[in-house]
Design a protein around this ligand. Structure first.
Ligand SMILES: Cc1ncc(COP(=O)(O)O)c(C=O)c1O
Length: 460
């Protein structure tokens, strides 16, 4: 190991012996990466070379690399081998989906709402009311779980809009879903949970956040019915997106929903990331799982898709048993900024939030429909998969291609595309699908962008 040579220095790892040699290899590599012995970007030996040096099977090294990749400690680059990931303070830095550097006039970056349509006037009015109407004490340290105003408003909203069974006492306001996962992840670790399952493909930043708090992250297959519940054997917690799987866009099928609820007995926990459920275009959305199993679901939501990610406002709804268990982790930073919470509570209570959502839903639906027609017209052989919902969709391509070449061919035409392969734990060298966000692009740009993707594909 080491930057001089990909094979030198493997003796650093020492002998692997006895049972659980894969776990030994994983934990030694993890330790050396965390303590900086193996610095960020250090090239690692190929699985074949390391297996031969350590006199273990190649499969064992491949499995260990796969696990560390899922946790963000190592990364693989097409054709360039395996490297230590980017670390900060001994933890993997959450890796947002990488964007090409060229200026992209037609950027299908997935999951971003239309920030140009942020309801500035509504927000300003709500903030003005809050500042005019609140007592000086409202500016003191808040209840670290969040203001009673927002927790009360959310309890009603989540019940009405998503079918949640909620007591405001079980709601914790956080600075976005990501912070909520980090905070709750720490509580899981302290309570003895070693691993958490995540959907594969899924969001790389969620995987790194969970690994950074010390959880082992185990990928679970996703197919056209959503995550494969059969793969959860032996695991105590799972993070999932049942309403609209990120990024494949499928809904968890009724049979799988039932199986997941049936799986969640005893101490088992479902962490339900309900990130874009407000946006369903073909029917009313299915209620959240939380309403069916409130004792086993940690519900996670935020305004990142409905208003703007820059507000950094989100919430956790905890199972009653976890409210006390999770208290130290959730309370040890004195909570989140009060003014934004009070403004959001106003928007919800005055129904301005509902009116804003109706408008956003209409706009997103038109953009979704524009994308579907543009794909039918300009990408022959391609197929849109997943349900009619959210801010992004998965487009299956007529053939598999090298993801980097496709991204580059699109970028040279000022189009940003996001191959499905970049959301998989083990990135394949070929991709046959693109994750395309449409909510922040006007319809004319969507049509032009899809045309140009067609040209990029033809040029490959
Ligand atoms: C799957 C998924 N969950 C949750 C979020 C929201 O995260 P946050 O609330 O931290 O902005 C996103 C945003 O990109 C997402 O893609």
């Amino acid at each position: 190991l080491g930057s001089r040579s990909r094979t030198a220095g493997a003796e650093l790892l020492g002998e692997l012996s006895g049972i659980r040699r894969q776990v030994q290899l994983e934990s030694r590599l993890r330790k050396f990466i965390r303590d900086g012995t193996l610095a960020s970007e250090t090239p690692l030996p190929s699985s074949r070379a390391l297996a031969s040096t350590l006199r273990v099977s190649r499969g064992l090294v491949v499995e260990a690399y796969t696990q560390l990749r899922a946790e963000g400690y190592i990364v693989t680059r097409h054709g360039a081998g395996t490297y230590v990931g980017v670390m900060r303070g001994g933890s993997p830095v959450a890796a947002p989906t990488s964007r090409p550097k060229t200026r992209l006039r037609f950027d299908f970056f997935p999951g971003r709402p239309d920030l140009a349509s942020f309801p500035r006037e509504l927000w300003l009015r709500a903030l003005r009311n809050v500042l005019r109407g609140s007592a000086a004490s409202a500016l003191s340290y808040p209840d670290p779980r969040g203001t009673p105003e927002l927790r009360g408003a959310l309890a009603q909203y989540l019940n009405r809009a998503r079918g949640l069974a909620v007591d405001p006492e079980l709601i914790v306001i956080v600075a976005g879903a990501t912070q909520g996962l980090a905070l709750f992840g720490r509580a899981l670790v302290r309570s003895g949970f070693g691993d958490i399952a995540v959907e594969n493909p899924g969001l790389p930043s969620h995987r790194s956040v969970l690994a950074a708090v010390g959880l082992g992250v185990r990928g679970v297959t996703v197919d056209s019915d959503g995550l494969d519940v059969g793969e959860l054997a032996g695991i105590g917690a799972v993070l999932c997106t049942p309403a609209h799987q990120w990024p494949t866009g499928v809904a968890l099928s009724p049979a799988r929903r039932a199986a997941l609820i049936a799986w969640a007995t005893g101490e088992r926990l479902i962490v339900e990331d309900d990130y874009d459920a407000e946006f369903r275009y073909d029917r009313a959305p299915l209620a959240a799982l939380q309403g069916l199993a409130p004792d086993h679901v940690v519900y996670v939501g935020s305004v990142s898709k409905t208003l703007a990610p820059g507000l950094r406002l989100g919430w956790l709804v905890l199972p009653p048993r976890w409210a006390a268990v999770a208290t130290p982790e959730l309370l040890n930073d004195f909570g989140s900024s009060t003014l934004g919470q009070l403004a959001l509570a106003q928007l919800i209570e005055t129904s301005a939030y509902d009116r804003h959502l109706r408008k956003a839903r209409e706009r997103n639906r038109s953009r979704h429909d524009a994308l579907i027609s543009a794909v039918a017209e300009h990408l022959p052989g391609a197929r849109v998969s997943g349900i009619s919902a959210g801010l992004h969709t998965l487009v299956r391509l007529p053939f598999a291609c090298d993801p980097d070449s496709l991204t580059a061919a699109a970028a040279s035409r000022e189009v940003g595309v996001y191959p499905l392969s970049s959301f998989l734990i083990e990135r394949p060298n070929a991709t046959d699908a693109l994750v395309l966000g449409y909510a922040s692009l006007p319809e004319s740009a969507i049509v032009e962008g899809i045309k140009r993707i067609g040209e990029a594909l033809a040029a490959l």
